[in-house]
Design a protein around this ligand. Sequence first.
Ligand code: SAH
Length: 465
Amino acid sequence: MLLTLSTTHRPATDLGHLLHKNPSRLHSFDVSFGEAHVFYPEATESRCTAALLLDIDPVALVRGKHGRPDSGTLDQYVNDRPYVLSSFLSVALRNAFGTAMSGRSKERQQLADQPIPLEAQLSVISCRAGEGLIRELFEPLGYSVATVRHPLDEKFPEWGDGPYYSVTLVGVARVRDFLNHLFVLIPALDAEKHYWIGKDEVEKLLRKGEGWLAEHPHKETIAQRYLPRHRHLAREALARLAEEDNPDPDLTEQTHAREETKMEEPIRLWQQRMGSVLAVLRSAGAKRVLDLGCGEGRLLQALLEDKSLTEIVGMDVSYRSLEIAQRRLKLDRLPEKQRERIKLMQGSLMYRDKRLAGYDAATVVEVIEHLDPPRLAAFERVLFEAAHPKTVVVTTPNAEYNLKFDTLPAGQFRHKDHRFEWTRDQFQQWAQRISQQFGYNARFLPIGEEDAALGPPTQMGVFTL
Ligand code: SAH
């Protein structure tokens, strides 16, 4: 059975550094149920694929210490276990990519901390619960899912389809999250553990599920299927997940975002930003609004309170930020009517996304300076050409104003993650070019108190069709 992981992040061969496995070599190791191999069927600048192949020895399965304790005699030897991805895969994943799953990378730590485009092909999984479950487990984590169902026996089409699927998952995620999702969800789909389940399985589920499982809309199903036939363990796992669900929001708040806020706080800049953005949306008469790069949902909170808005969508590339937004907005406790007005989704502004088309307005608040300059062109087309909202509001720091922040050393950006900060002139030139290219009109408004020479702390461009 085979699992492949691919990326198109450039240079794609960095996948080798992220997985700690050199693309030019074959890596083989023994596992208690056979052998596992990691190799790279392709490794170029633009696309790199790592394959994990499990070669399971069905006889060793029965004779070895990890035999299936509850199976009948013939069933012990003749079954699908050697051919489908199951909890064996999780064991092999941990052996092959343990360091990557913990998020560490000797050579590319920054990249390991960053969501990148990823694709997985699961050669065959067994899922008696059907295709719906595959979608239910992976889609809320931001993956798009494609499946192909296989007939029970190709020679006897009249027998119909079997419970076997090939699955393709595509998404933008950190490698560690992707591997941890697979580690938990593949055995949960299969729902048949090959080894005796003990208490340490609860620990394993909680460890690998850290940061995402507590918020998963189908966490009950996942826990029950990951720990099949052990309801008390599933209950224990769920009780502990519920505790994790309510961490102190101050602790989870990302620290350097806080630093930026702290510096800007004396001038109450973010409140002024929200106020200015809301005023533009109101005067444009927008009803259906996208907040792109919504982060932890500060603007979304203000948008929700504006009753004239009928549909509010927050999108961000960071799953973690969306989790914080979801908690901040108390989405699971909102009355149904309110809940229907707002949706959070994971996605990247680097890729065309059909879900973004047809809105009255899009806000992009303090986001563009987080994008790599060579990739700005992709963002421009995704937003102004493909999504094409009637109004676009973009805010970004005015670099000239940085002189006024005493705590900011000259030449430094306001936030560790900023890739650039523009002067008023640079921003306006960019905005004029975009307007011409995509048929918008641009106007510029200051946010925050203006300095006579340096201008306002934040600059805002409003683009209208
Ligand atoms: N708009 C929010 C957050 C600003 S911080 C606010 O004003 O509070 C910048 C946000 O942009 C972060 O949440 C980051 O995850 C997001 N971001 C960065 N690159 C992105 C991309 N390619 N696609 C979508 N969001 C992105």
